[in-house]
Design a protein around this ligand. Sequence first.
Ligand SMILES: [Zn+2]
Length: 309
Amino acid sequence: MPPSGCPAPPRSLVPRPNGAPGELAVLPWAGFRGAVSYTFDDANASQIEHFPVLDALGVRMTFYLTTGKPEASDATWARALARGHELGNHAKSHAMQASAEEIEAATAFIEETFGVRPRTMASPYGHASYTELARSRFLVNRGVGGSHVVPNDHTDPFYLPCYVPPANARARAFDERVHAARADGAWLLVLVHGFLGGTDYAYQPIALEEFVASVEHARGFGDLWIDSVVNIAAYWRGQKAFAAATRTVTPERTTWTWELPEHFPPGHFLRVTVGQGRLEQNGVPLVQDERGYYEVALDARSLTLASSV
Ligand SMILES: [Zn+2]
């Protein structure tokens, strides 16, 4: 496992760098061809019931909790967190009309109950009234509808698109969206509310087997980064922050300095390649991995490429 905690991409995907000095490239999606995030809203009972099956898929997912529901206190969510999944904010009472109190109550609940600050949220009903309130409180907010996100695009981070499968959707319906995102080098977000046979109401429930089959299908490509919203969003927004960096060039070195967006979580990285030269952050040389990649710490807000000699 590399220091970033990102899964390692397939070895064959990106060749070792071989170019002129000073060429630096950020690898989209940490070196993967595309990315997928599976999200679950509303803290529904069928998510809790089937959590062991979801967890056994071996990919980190995001659970957006409606914290006013009794299910939000279920011990499953602490287990999910311990297993690397993300707990996000889906407001307290799922009101159609957003309010700061609703959002802050959900954040406070998650902090007090699970000891973690939610970095991302999902708008109840995908309602646009949440967008501006999310902008000053989170790294990203998930909306509904739309297609997918590509590196350095102009998607609003506070109304991320997602695919909401229809009730009883078959795996094939998910797979088509995964194929489209992979073909476009894009990040697909998927929103599921719950599974058929649940004991409570879940919007547009689907069969657990179909969901499992689709995740296994996506995983089977081996070149998709399947991870929580916060992890992939930090990469996407980090890459944009780096693209907007100030670059200072002297004959000996090039230095990039950048700002991170508000509410940017600590401990996130970009994977880059360079043609030649030495990369440093805070005077410490970065070490190339066996694929020829470097991992750049976004928290450092500065990167230097110096000539090799
Ligand atoms: Zn919801």
